[in-house]
Write a protein that binds this ligand. Structure first.
Ligand code: HEC
Length: 280
């Protein structure tokens, strides 16, 4: 019953979003596309069980509490920064410095760390499959990041910049944001440095300043991408923008990507967390 309703909602949502792409000129289509997503969001708000991202949250919760790995323990003892086992509000304060690992970690690299240290799991195959492919219905990392993120819903993002390594990660992230490279000589700022710009049909958020734009976009990842029919995480977002820049592949959970996310978290400080949000 719920499934049918869900599929119906997605179908209507997609039709509303994509049917407009063929009509009129690009500007009109852009406005229509935004309106389509807006309508879809409204429908979701009226029927909270219809956000397909919630299925990722549920799968994440099941994975979180399942005893797994050579050590046969669950992830429930994982310290996400507020003490072992504390989930509420932990995501809102990530990325942060972790003494046990002696580095700054975002939600995804921290979950990987807990899998390895707590459960004794070899994370190489998990990293390899971190971004699910069409038809797979989601990856472990997509499930877990959605679940952990959802435990901070409604709370403001609290950028952590007191530890020297957090300050360092922010500085590296800022430098990476402005670093021009690749065959097109793009930096993140090239596409995300001004308000109200877009590429083809996509609006580009201004992420260079701590704006409402930045708060609204950053505090809403992981997100359910309607166009991709699954949840995508912030690590995926970074990898995908680097791909658009024609840069070499970035490492999943790497320090460089974590540094970028640390920078973005500062730009979005105070933004209300709503994950997994619905995005194009
Ligand atoms: C060539 C232009 C381009 C560059 C350069 C670029 N991006 Fe993007 N970015 C996009 C587009 C287009 C989207 C929207 C994607 C979509 O809707 O499919 C996007 C989306 C995003 C989002 C999500 C916005 C939302 O609505 O939630 C974030 C965050 C982001 N980019 C960060 C970055 C960072 C950090 C860099 C540098 C590593 C970067 N981008 C480089 C084009 C670019």
């Amino acid at each position: 019953m719920m499934k049918r309703r869900l599929i119906g909602a997605i179908a209507v949502g997609c039709a509303a979003v994509f049917a407009t792409f063929t009509a009129a000129g690009p500007v009109l289509a852009q406005e229509d596309a935004s309106k389509g997503i807006e309508e879809y969001r409204k429908m979701m708000a009226e029927d909270p069980f219809a956000n397909p991202g919630l299925l990722f949250v549920d799968s994440g919760e099941a994975l979180w509490t399942e005893k797994r790995g050579p050590k046969n323990v669950s992830l429930e003892g994982c310290d996400l920064g507020k003490g072992p086992g504390v989930l509420d509000g932990a995501f809102a304060e990530l990325p942060r410095y972790f003494k046990d690992a002696d580095k700054v970690m975002d939600v995804e690299s921290r979950i990987l760390w807990c899998m390895e240290k707590l459960q004794g799991i070899d994370t190489k195959p998990i990293i390899k499959g971190a971004f699910s492919k069409r038809g797979e219905g989601g990856s472990e990392m997509e499930f877990l990041a959605s679940f952990v993120g959802s435990k901070s819903n409604g709370m403001p993002m609290k950028s952590q910049l007191s530890h020297p390594k957090e300050k360092e990660a922010y500085a590296i992230g800022e430098a990476l944001f402005y670093m021009r490279a690749g065959p097109h000589d793009f930096s993140c700022q090239t596409c995300h440095g001004t308000k109200g710009t877009r590429i083809r049909l996509q609006e580009l958020p201004d992420l260079a300043e701590p704006t409402e734009d930045a708060r609204k976009t950053v505090a809403t990842w992981p997100a359910y991408r309607v166009s991709q029919e699954r949840v995508r995480t912030m690590q995926h977002r970074m990898a995908d923008c680097y791909r658009q820049m024609r840069m070499p592949k970035v490492g999943y959970g790497s320090d460089a990507v974590t540094a970028l996310i640390t920078f973005l978290a500062k730009q979005a400080d105070g933004g209300e967390i709503q994950v997994p949000a619905l995005k194009r």
